[in-house]
Design a protein around this ligand. Structure first.
Ligand code: NAG
Ligand code: NAG
Ligand code: NAG
Ligand code: NAG
Ligand code: NAG
Length: 368
């Protein structure tokens, strides 16, 4: 095992750590509520995909998804759909659409949601014409009333250029600790063939953005869809889709110690515990625990699983099967608790019986 690791990493010219950790369970999340947010055909939409969720400083939750108008495919025209909850995810507002790209042949793709808790502004970053355009567009919309109303799309490509940038999917972050406290960060990927991850950052509450650190593709080492969190010590932990199944059918993980300015080769590793069928996944930090969600299977998008780690993702202490059947993309969020004695986290994920994109559900977990 280590020999394989060493030879593969020396082939790439950098050290690759393989983390294999199995420890007894020390946390006990239990599912306490589930609700379907969108299903195929709702409001005349063919398929809802790419669910993202976040909590907001007013204690509400917003969930967003692509409403793919005519087919389940990645290109094609779409709505950007939203639902909101003011009661910790028990009930949700009726679905509505924030954006409608008409009948464009290659519409919008989510995307990340980022909350600036210093100025109470919510951003959504998404790409437009990712598949059929030579010059790509990254759009930014924002809300100053906790997701009720949204700005017109701002063409962020004027600042970050017209290279393809597919943010997330999931959430971006605002740094809570040094270095670069207050910084907004979202990372994303480019297209197969010239893949890799790069991050964009803003140090002025989303007025100006620039490209920061990256992880470049090298052969089958092809980090793709990514999501990041800030650990308690100010370090960024990112999980990336392992598009080329580099070394394993598992996740590529990376760390940045300088607010996403760089990801050192020594801080990029594959985590063999996090078996993965090549899909988007999610991380969440809550106090000293790191949570991770994905369809935990090497080959197929099935078996949606929530894991937790007490050592910042170095090992995984337990796993809870959320849904054994067809499962796709997922996104985690802290659910603001109503009582001091109650702590919840939430997850939105693509759930089906035959196909994972039949519906998008919200699941709430009670933490003991
Ligand atoms: C939500 O949708 C239901 C069913 O279509 C409808 O009866 C209800 O009036 C809607 N609520 C709001 C606030 O629009
Ligand atoms: C966004 O701006 C870029 C750079 O100026 C431009 O190439 C692109 O066409 C714009 N996108 C749209 C949809 O207008
Ligand atoms: C990626 O980051 C390296 C520094 O780590 C930099 O030299 C390189 O120009 C960056 N590549 C792109 C495409 O931004
Ligand atoms: C589902 O995930 C659990 C937890 O990792 C694992 O033990 C089990 O083998 C998985 N089942 C399938 C069918 O992938
Ligand atoms: C938390 O406290 C509230 C009110 O005191 C109580 O109703 C609820 O059952 C408690 N929850 C748990 C998980 O103990």
């Amino acid at each position: 095992m280590m020999a394989t690791t060493t030879s593969v990493s020396s082939l790439l010219g950098f050290v690759l750590f393989v983390s294999v950790g199995i420890l007894p369970s020390i946390s006990n999340p239990t599912i306490d509520h589930e609700v379907t947010l969108w299903k195929q055909g709702d409001l005349g939409v063919n398929t809802y995909r790419i669910p993202i969720i976040t909590s907001l400083p007013d204690g509400s939750l917003i969930a967003l998804a692509e409403g793919r108008k005519h087919s389940s495919g990645d290109s094609g025209p779409k709505f950007l759909a939203i639902r909101r909850s003011k009661d910790q995810g028990i009930t949700w507002s009726n679905a509505s659409f924030l954006e409608d790209d008409g009948e464009t042949p290659d519409g919008l793709n989510l995307g990340t949601v980022i909350v600036d808790e210093e100025v109470y502004r919510v951003f959504v970053v998404y790409s437009f014409c990712a598949h059929k355009c030579v010059y790509h567009t990254t759009f930014l919309i924002s809300s100053d009333d906790f997701g009720l109303s949204w700005s017109k799309p701002y063409n962020l490509s004027e600042q970050i250029g017209t290279s393809l940038f597919l943010p997330g999917p999931g959430f971006g972050i605002q740094k809570k600790q040094d270095p670069h406290r207050g910084r907004l960060i979202t990372c994303g990927h480019t297209m197969p063939g010239h893949d890799g991850v790069y991050c964009i950052v803003s140090d002025d509450h989303g007025k100006s953005w620039r490209i920061a650190g990256n992880i470049t593709q090298r052969g089958s080492f092809e980090p793709d869809e990514s999501q990041l969190i800030e650990l308690n010590n100010g370090v960024i932990l990112m999980t990336s889709r392992n598009q080329g199944n580099f070394h394993c059918h598992c996740r590529i993980m990376s760390k940045s110690y300088d607010g996403a300015e760089s990801f050192a080769h020594a801080d990029i590793y594959v985590d063999e515990t996090l078996e993965d069928p090549v899909v988007a996944a999610s991380l969440l930090g809550l106090r000293t625990t790191v949570y991770f969600s994905n369809p935990a299977n090497k080959m197929f998008r099935v078996n949606m699983t929530l894991r937790w780690s007490k050592d910042n993702g170095a090992s995984w202490n337990g796993a809870l099967t959320v849904w054994k059947g067809a499962s796709g993309y997922s996104c985690l969020a802290i659910v603001p608790g109503m009582q001091a004695n109650e702590t919840f986290i939430g997850m939105v994920f693509e759930k089906g019986h035959l196909r994972y994109y039949e519906s998008i559900v919200f699941v709430r977990f009670r933490l003991e």
